[in-house]
Design a protein around this ligand. Structure first.
Ligand SMILES: *Cc1c(COP(=O)(O)O)cnc(C)c1O
Length: 565
């Protein structure tokens, strides 16, 4: 426990997230939400914010993706070895689930900033001899199947997490709930502040909601109602029993029909925010009774900038890693240096694609990158809407496409999209090189967002709450070609920092045609014919987007507006 001692006394804020991407070797994340939590922690370390991070250990990981010969996703468990990457701590606490004590122990991983500061990440584990066999796997599988399993995980994260912090001696003042998964944390805090009205056994118990709101911050990431975790009160009562919180108290703050974790978090948090300006607008429409703010996401610049670019940033913007605002100076970069650093990053992507996808790419031709969770609203198939048109464009102005992304095991539509992409790949075989890199993760992402020439994103508005991979691309001078949703509504300066797909306000049906037009008339000709203008745009993207859409700016805003409110 010695390595934790120095943090216990000074830490004031605890950040709870179902997933946190710490390093590629620790399979404690599935995608954007976890990568955001990881970048949040990395910026906290840089800025020396007094925070501790909590998540589940997820020994079995999320999923390792393989692509079958039919082009379908094959899912494997993705275990990792906690003993290699984290340190078990001696503390142990329990929560009651189904009238059994479920014991929880934390593991500790310190996340270190280049400037030497560290933040602790606690990873909760139920695989203990003290537990019955059926309770040992609760923390094993990230987003494992079944609502009962999910609720057990949320009990361990929220309730268990709060108790672990107490057991370790932390004196936390502010709790940050990253998405609704951690909402039971607020319920656990509420439970600790009962008022008894009247006397005797009939006395009604109420709870001091105001006191909890003073201490809780809630960030929502889900712009659709169907995406919010909901559990039947029958299940809640069966798992949590009657001693945790009376069901009536839950109903008062968590919804009358079902326990809605977003509703619970909204009622119990005094600061609530969406993750981009447009997502804030959506959330304000969804939750008119609440004062919802917005803090636009950012990415950890020092972690996402390719070393070859980082080296030239050091010249015009020394200290950019700690203070990415300095990247505003990137417009002073030398064009030859920028292009040569980009070629280095591009060569690494080409090598990765050869190794993992068996496709040979031509370094002289533009590479379009598209990598994200494979699911309906992200529309990874939009570019395949009109194969004839796509072929015609490529015949005159050849380009290449690299794709990657996992589908959630329960998302049948997402899995069908992966099959469809592979079918289109075969259909286009003689005209356009399309490569699919299996098992999209932190390290694949790092290579893709730096080595592509154009970063493509075509979500169905308003479903992309923020999106962050485009920010990583921009930091590397990779130009975004994206639908105006999430962060890109704030970042896009047409023809300068990148390009929009679809006119502002035009319906989603127009997006495919707009994508083809932009590629044919603007993006591909510029790449072929005007390298000077292209390089200027790369520098504008780094300067205007990199200086702004980073997690240092994001965390300074959370610190001043949410934590110190
Ligand atoms: C950045 C990142 C994401 C999120 O990307 P979006 O653009 O928000 O979809 C998902 N997965 C990995 C591995 C990432 O690095």
């Amino acid at each position: 426990m010695t390595s934790l001692d120095s943090f216990v006394g000074k830490t004031r804020i605890a950040y709870f997230s179902m997933e946190i991407a710490i390093i590629p070797e620790m399979h404690t994340y599935s995608g954007g939400l976890g990568v955001l939590a990881g970048d949040t922690a990395r910026s906290c370390a840089d800025l020396n914010l007094p925070m501790v991070f909590l998540t589940l250990l997820s020994r079995e990981g999320y999923l390792r993706q393989e692509i079958g010969i039919d082009g379908g996703q094959i899912e494997h468990p993705d275990p990792w070895k906690p003993e290699l990457w984290a340190e078990p701590l001696g503390a142990m606490i329990s929560v009651r689930i189904e009238e059994r004590d479920v014991w929880i122990k934390p593991w500790l991983r310190l996340l270190r900033s280049p400037n030497g500061n560290e933040v602790p990440v606690l990873l909760l584990d139920t695989r203990l001899d003290e537990n019955l066999p059926e309770d040992r796997d609760i923390t094993d599988r990230l987003y494992g199947a079944g609502e009962e399993y999910r609720l057990k995980q949320e009990i361990v994260l929220g309730v268990g997490g709060a108790r672990i912090l107490d057991a370790l001696g932390f004196g936390i003042e502010t709790f940050h709930l990253n998405e609704g998964h951690a909402a039971l944390l607020a319920a656990e805090l509420l439970r600790r502040h009962p008022h008894r009205n009247g006397h005797g056994s009939t006395a009604a118990v109420t709870f001091d909601v105001g006191r909890i709101r003073d201490r809780c911050v809630f960030t929502t990431h889900t712009p659709v109602e169907a995406g919010h975790d909901k559990f039947s009160y029958e299940l809640v009562q069966r798992l949590l029993g009657n001693d945790f919180l009376p069901i009536d108290a839950f109903r008062a703050v968590g919804g009358t029909d079902r326990l809605n974790m977003t509703c619970l978090a909204l009622h119990l948090s005094g600061f609530v925010n969406g993750v981009a300006r447009s997502h804030g607008d959506t959330a304000r429409r969804m939750f008119p009774a609440f004062d919802v703010r917005d803090i636009t996401n950012g990415v950890h610049a020092a972690s996402w900038v390719h070393p070859a670019l980082g080296k030239i940033f050091d010249v015009v913007a020394p200290g950019w890693g700690h203070e990415p605002e300095l990247l505003i100076n990137a417009d002073r970069l030398n064009d030859v240096d920028v292009w040569s650093a980009h070629e280095t990053a591009k060569a690494e992507l080409i090598a990765l694609v050869a190794e993992r996808a068996g496709r040979r790419l031509d370094p002289a031709l533009p590479i379009l990158g598209f990598a994200r969770r494979m699911t309906g609203y992200k529309r990874p198939d939009l570019i395949f809407t009109n194969l004839e048109r796509l072929r015609a464009i490529a015949r005159r102005q050849p380009f290449q496409l690299v794709m990657a992304g996992k589908a959630h095991p329960q998302d049948e539509g997402g899995k069908q999209l992966i099959v469809a992409i592979h079918r289109h790949m075969r259909e286009l075989e003689h005209d356009i090189t399309v490569a699919f890199v299996p098992n999209y993760d932190l390290s694949v992402a790092r290579t893709l967002v730096a080595g592509a020439d154009v970063w493509l994103n075509t979500p169905m508005p308003p479903m992309e709450a923020s999106g962050t991979s485009g920010m990583k691309a921009a930091l590397n001078g990779v130009l975004n070609l994206s639908v105006l949703d999430g962060w890109w509504s704030e970042g896009c300066i047409e023809g300068e920092t990148g390009w929009a797909v679809g006119e502002p306000g035009a319906g989603p049906d127009s997006h495919a045609a707009s994508l083809f037009d932009k590629l044919e008339e603007t993006v591909l000709p510029l790449f072929r014919e005007d390298r000077a203008r292209w390089t200027w745009m790369m520098k504008e993207a780094i300067s205007k987007l990199g200086s702004r859409f980073n997690s240092q700016r994001m965390m300074r805003r959370y610190a001043s507006e949410a934590y110190l409110r």
